[in-house]
Write a protein of this length. Structure first.
Length: 402
């Protein structure tokens, strides 16, 4: 049996590393974990901000939210599955050289299915059936989180929508405490509150004074709230049930989510078209190639962002990655001034400073365990294996007959 890695989240396998018959690699020192998380945060922000810029341009030229979300899901296996297959090919060649019997006898359909199950278990530590079921549930969360927010945005005003969107951070925090036994400290609560407050300040600075309410503000606000809840469920449940994934496992998971979403949710395009909610039509006119180029660039950036986001959740915590995404607010503030000619606004500056301050406090002081608000909590990042093992044992004992 492999030795559990305390940095692994919730698996005996070292996350994002190839399983090894011997003991896993030594866990990183805390300072190197911090450097790794900061580097990952910078790259994630780069993909997120770049994708947001192109997505904004697309929405102005070609507003088809469900179709664009569907294409985003379908692009996952197209771009990630080749990497997964290349990994399996290299592993298969190595097994063939060592004379592995499942490669030599893999000509029949039955042995091929058995080999697929084995590869799935090796990459994900899950049976093929449960892995597919979990992937379908996460695909539904993904679709609802992206579509409901994009669809609800024009129904309400931007200030309200962007303010309510910050509930995702609050939901992630609450669900992490409930499902992952996240440590609750005054420092961590203050850091998250600073980020949320800064985001709200920026939202009202941008759109509070001259914002125009949409046709159905209540419906729009409800859609935004449900989308933030789906986002929080995706991130926290991913850490709870799939944090044992290796790097090939993350690739396989995202490819499976995209493939299942493409196979299951395509009728939504036809239903929305027949209902007149979102008429299906391809880009046309003088801006056809511009729209196509923007969509292709956005799809590539979206795949990169989601891959790194899922890797980040495995390596750190959902709350850290959510706070990282909020740092896009001060970055876009600087980009607006430097490249898009937007006037300097002290209110937006204050909001951006609050977000950056909250992120820095969470990153450098969030591990401080004083003062604890929940004494039974553990470090989700460092003690993830204990978290999941303890919860699983508690569930087993509760389900056992008396």
């Amino acid at each position: 049996m492999r030795d559990p890695d305390p940095d692994a989240g919730s698996s005996a396998n070292s996350p994002l590393q190839s399983p090894s018959p011997s003991s896993g690699p030594a866990p990183l020192a805390p300072k190197w974990k911090m450097v790794r998380n900061l580097a990952l945060a910078v790259v994630v922000l780069g993909f997120f901000v770049s994708g947001s810029v192109f997505n904004q341009k697309i929405q102005l030229l070609y507003r088809k939210p469900f179709l664009l979300v569907y294409l985003g899901m379908a692009s996952l296996p197209l771009l990630l599955l080749p990497l997964q297959l290349a990994w399996w090919l290299l592993r298969g060649q190595w097994r063939l050289c060592t004379g592995s019997p499942e490669i030599r006898e893999g000509s029949s359909l039955r042995s091929g299915v058995s080999g697929l199950r084995e590869l799935c278990y090796e990459a994900t530590n899950e049976s093929l059936r449960w892995f597919l079921l979990k992937s379908l549930v996460f695909a539904l969360f993904w679709l609802l989180a992206n579509y409901l927010f994009t669809y609800g945005l024009p129904l309400t005003d931007l200030a309200s929508a962007l303010t309510l969107e910050q509930l995702a951070t609050v939901f992630v925090f609450i669900l992490s405490v409930l499902a992952l036994k996240e440590v609750v400290t005054v420092i961590k609560v203050a850091a998250v509150a600073s980020c949320v407050a800064g985001a709200i300040i920026v939202a009202f600075s941008d759109h509070g004074a001259g914002s125009v309410r949409g046709d159905s503000p209540v419906v729009g606000d409800i859609f935004v709230i449900v989308s933030t809840l789906c986002t929080a469920c995706f991130m926290v449940l991913y850490k709870r049930y799939l944090s044992q994934l290796t790097l090939p496992g993350v690739l396989l998971f995202l490819s499976t989510v995209g493939a299942l979403g493409a196979c299951v949710f395509w009728p939504g395009v036809l239903v929305l078209d027949r209902a007149g909610v979102e008429v299906f039509e391809l880009p046309s006119g003088n801006q056809q190639m511009e729209i196509v180029n923007y969509v292709l660039l956005n799809l590539g950036l979206g795949v990169g962002f989601n891959l790194l986001l899922n890797v980040g959740i495995v390596l750190s915590t959902p709350l850290f990655m959510r706070v990282t995404i909020m740092c896009s607010i001060p970055i876009t503030f600087l980009l607006d001034i430097l490249f898009f000619g937007k006037a300097f606004d002290y209110t937006r500056l204050i909001g951006g400073v609050c977000v950056v301050l909250g992120f820095l406090v969470y990153t450098f002081f969030g591990k401080s365990r004083w003062p604890l608000a929940n004494e039974d909590a553990v470090d989700v990042e460092a003690d993830g294996a204990a978290v999941v093992a303890g919860l699983a044992e508690r569930t087993r004992l509760l389900a056992a007959p008396v």
